[in-house]
Design a protein around this ligand. Sequence first.
Ligand code: GDP
Ligand code: MG
Length: 660
Amino acid sequence: MRKDVRILLVGEPKVGKTSLIMSLVSEEFPTVVPYRAEEITIPADVTPERVPTHIVDYSEAEQTDEQLFQEITKANVICIVYSVNNKTSIEKVTSYWIPLILDNTDKDSRVPLILVGNKSDLVEHSSMETILPVMNQYSEIETCVECSAKNLKNISELFYYAQKAVLHPTGPLYCPDKKDMRPLCVKALTRIFKVSDMDNDGILNDNELNFFQKTCFNMPLEPQALEDVKNVVRKNLSDGVCDNGLTLKGFLFLHTLFIQRGRHETTWTVLRRFGYDDDLELNQDYLFAPLKVPPDCTTELNHTAYLFLQSVFDKHDKDRDCALLPEELRDLFDVFPYTPWGPDVNNTVCTNEQGWITYQGYLSQWTLTTYLDVQRCLEYLGYLGYSIIAEQESQAAAITVTRDKKIDLQKKQTQRGVFRCNVFGDAGSGKSGFLQAFLGRNLMHQQMIKEEHKSYYAISTTFVYGQEKYLLLHEVFPDLDYLSDADLACDIICLVYDVSNPYSFEYCAKVFKQYFMDCKIPCMMIAAKSDLPETKQFYGCSPLEFCRRHKMPPPQSFTCNTAGAPGRDIYTKLSTMAMYPHARLRCMCTCNRCTFCLCQNLLNSELLQTVRAKLHAVVLRRHVSQADLKSSAFWLRASVGASVCALLGFAMYRVLLKTR
Ligand code: GDP
Ligand code: MG
């Protein structure tokens, strides 16, 4: 909202400018007035729109032209005063004052004008007949008003209109020539309609209208008022109301009506609530809420944000096939000023057989944007109306900034949901294949991807001991001269070599020694293209020996040249290592069947966690009611049982590990 409003009064001498100002201030007609009133400031709390308002007088006798021009540039709104009983002063409005003001203001940011006919007490007839044609001629003229400083008629109204002309200008909303809303205003209101139409049926039903009303005006509509609104639309438009709800046409009609009846503050309230500024652009404060992301922290979407995005998906997946066809995706992005996702997104996340982004894939892409470019994510959420629909303070409420990774490592625990794996390897070693295989695509499928649609990222979910986690794979450009900080910062590193190319392992060894030998990030060697005959690598030692020497797991055979979808085990292993980078009892098995996995599952199971939490609560709680006692006794027994199980399991796990 604007800081203050500056109103300037101009016009021929003796039309009553100074008297008008003094009448407003003292609420009585001054018999003696100076040439020029001092500038006055009306404090915010006594003005109708609650903005501090400055009122500035002009006097030819006391001010130079230069001073007048300066005041014109400083003003937010200009009242051109004439006297209704003085023909010359009326003529001068068009012959002198309007041209002078237009010459001294920017074409792009023209100030609104108000025509003021003073001394209405002196005449019987109105000057409106002469003035209306002038109004139609200049779109800058917001309104005209007749008043009298002498009998205080319309004085406060005059200043209210002036304030309103600044705070709720008609200019950006309405074109008086065409007698219709301007295209930018239609565009903004259309977006607002689409965001508010939560079931995407093209109609605002009573629930949606009430939510809209509550969001914009802080109160729901009375049922009768709701019917009245719909009746007004029905009367004027054949297709404005459909199935007892408001169509887009009806919604736009209603706003045109508001504006035409001088109630454009209603439309402005709606526009501002949905993030628009005076130029009808979404303002920066709405799109980019401040968010601090300290180093070693990452950004993820929280639960409410996922719920919101889920509802957006459901609203657009009209055929309910859990994937967004191109038209559905286009419809989803209709509230954006541009299409945010290019064809590369289809090669970054999971798609269905037709190549359309699935529900999983859709959430993955959001997760990726949040992780890589949180500002962009906030912007996108803003276009979707997240803060409004999910009733949050700002778009930033969607984001969890994770704990510093150093603390995670210290505490050997992490709450993160996204783990980043940077994939290194020489040109042609099979990195892209490794990324695409994560999305379930075998070699044949990958060969159909166009060069310009390739992606250097792949993201999907994996299960780490029963918990769903995102794994983000990033293919690092092989030329080490171009490494960025982001290429080196990650949760796990993959070094990929081609088993059929004797020169490809050397690159992995070099990257490892140069960047990762002394860092704590776990590394995994991938022996790619394992379907091809293996050749001896031209390097001082074998890959297996290299891994042993540097305390890495042995090279993992991998191929994406499979009949069906390539195996996923390797990705689960990567996520597990990323999540538990220094688990002393690290077991690389993630089969989910052996004792190791079962023990891990038990330790991480939600039941055990809840039981633990309950136990805590019971032990710590002071006042326990009778009913509570019963249930706490149960929980106590349950948790003791579960703890014993866990301990036994854990002991078994260690014994088994020793015998290995
Ligand atoms: P300015 O030069 O435009 O500032 O005009 P003034 O405020 O000095 O007023 C000029 C003359 O018009 C004074 O004699 C005022 O008393 C008189 N006047 C101002 N407003 C009114 C009004 O509404 N009705 C009548 N009858 N006289 C007015
Ligand atoms: Mg004066």
